[in-house]
Design a protein around this ligand. Structure first.
Ligand SMILES: [Zn+2]
Length: 109
């Protein structure tokens, strides 16, 4: 069963609501049980959110490598390739961030 804090939105798993919200400290009376439908949405998106986060990390790593490559300035086409890869990494990162935001907006978190 999943329980949601009505004060801060924190979701907790368990047979019963926690004595206190681990995030904001609200008492257990402030928790309500999520419907099966809402709980399923959260469980299903749990893994995809992790994947989006990992892609964001990898994209940031790609951007860092590209900066290093650009700094070496071997020749113009090499620099262009790193600049292009950096732009693509930025797009990947922002697209994943935007998708996570829509999950949160739909309560899939
Ligand atoms: Zn709370």
């Amino acid at each position: 069963m999943l329980w949601k804090c009505s004060v801060c939105g924190m979701v907790v798993e368990g047979e019963n609501p926690p004595e206190k919200c681990p995030k904001c400290g609200a008492p257990k009376e402030k928790f309500f049980q999520l419907s099966k439908e809402d709980a399923d949405k959260i469980y299903m998106s749990d893994r995809t959110n992790d994947i989006h986060m990992e892609i964001i990390q990898l994209a940031m790593h790609i951007a860092k490598l590209c900066d290093e490559g650009i700094g070496i300035k071997l020749d113009p086409s090499c620099v262009d390739a790193f600049k292009a890869a950096k732009n693509e990494a930025w797009i990947m990162k922002q697209r994943c961030k935007a998708e996570i935001v829509t999950h949160v907006g739909k309560g899939k978190w």
